[in-house]
Design a protein around this ligand. Sequence first.
Ligand code: BES
Ligand code: MN
Ligand code: ZN
Length: 543
Amino acid sequence: MEISFKTASLPKSGIAVLSVYKGGALGALGRQLDKDLGGALTRALKAKNFKGGAGKVMEVLAPAGAGLDRVVVAGLGDPRKVTAVSVEDAAANAFASLSTGLGRDATFLFERVAGVKLGANELAVHAAFGATLRSYKFDKYKTKKLPKNGKTGKKDKEGTALTFGCASKPTADRLWARLSAVADGVFLARDLVNEPANHLHPEEFARRCKALSKLGVKVQVLGEEQMRKLGMGALLGVGQGSEFESQLAIMQWTGDTDSAGKPASDPLAFIGKGLCFDAGGISIKPAGGMEDMKGDMGGAAAVTGLMHTLAKRNARVNVVGVVALSENMLGTGAQRPGDVVTSMSGQTIAVLNTDAEGRLVLSDAMWYTQQKFKPRFMVDLATLTGAIIIGLGHEHAGLFTNSDELAKGLTAAGEAVDEAVWRLPLNDAYDKLIDSKIADMQNIGGRGAGSITAAQFLQRFTNGVPWAHLDIAGMAWRPSPKPTVHSWGTGYGVKLLDRFISDGYEKRGRAPARKTAKKMAKKTAKRKAPKRKAAKKAAKRRR
Ligand code: BES
Ligand code: MN
Ligand code: ZN
């Protein structure tokens, strides 16, 4: 899809998408168009009893007088209640209505009226953002691209051009450069979550992480041998029953450097649970709904999408993203309930339920991150517990943290970008529930407080570093769509973390001229291909 910005004016042909506010109020261009159409627009609004409610859409077909094929009106509701998110939703819905006809090229004119707090350029770019998010499709496994609209089916899909009327093109272009980088990251995360587990195993996921080196992200991937040397017994135990090797992918974006090109600040760390499939292991899951467990890498997808976004928009901040990639399967090699593993931290864990595997892979990933990078803080994202869906449904991620500052920043960012979080408690009484009779801890608590005991488990691997855990089990995919999320995989977390970083931790202003992105890309391209996988594993896979 092609997005462009242009000083707002009425188009002479094609489709015009117009904002309408509460009570049917039009902006200046809307009123001009209504005049050109001899009042047909306001008559149509009346005839349909269209009141401009937020997110509502109505179409007027081929009105005589202005040369337009269609006028689509997008309701924005009460001007005083307009937010970036409500604009995105309205534009998403309007975009969806475009595909009901032939040709979808359109000019969006989201106009300011009295009371609207967003500027004209902000209206334009958030409309573009909403339409873009709605345009996402995951159809790579459809072999029959049935063009609903006759001959133009294919072009319709790939060649749609949307123009957004703005106040100043240079300003809108600059704002859009940022938001389109966010959309790219969201799309990457959605792709990863939607991808079936027979196509996206840990090594393939790691390859997709490596692809970020093109953007200047430094990417390193540890295989099982290296992780064994580091003592990551908890992470390795999880992948033991899988024919695929577990991987730890480490992505570094260094956007805050001094004049000598050295990092000017300690990094922020984001860690993702990356279970490419979670069958539960020997504590096997029930068959119904198990297919959803291809999405059990939603945390890792969010972290990877975030790294893409930060690099793409050249963020002035240092961030490390670590994703723990594994597959929780059954087999003669799989770990058993009751096994005791030793984590990289040295703490031992009795694995009472092999389906509580997310905390196991995260424990080693978090310990490693904290030891290796001395981050300012760590935030982990994980589709960790079914219990969080019972508690919060699909409206909030669960937030657990030892830092009020992180709680504040994440909550505010979540609200701003419509990826909400809700804080839940941590304390010693809950922590006791995972003490073990035979090891330092066990990987499950009792029946109650399942999401909290999971978080307590993770806290034992923070080593006192400020940390927040987001349980996104209810958020990484959606059973029902919303305006800007029509795909199963949501890409949840990319918008949230991008905003959290830019509001709280990023240097302002333009980055000093840096060669980093291009130079680093060259450097990584030159670097030798990683060591070949263990021959045994490779042979096994060929069978
Ligand atoms: N990946 C699941 C959690 C999950 C469930 C995510 C449903 C999304 C939808 C996790 O690994 C898991 O199996 N958790 C167990 C923990 C239990 C054994 C203590 C759960 O929630 O049942
Ligand atoms: Mn599980
Ligand atoms: Zn899981």
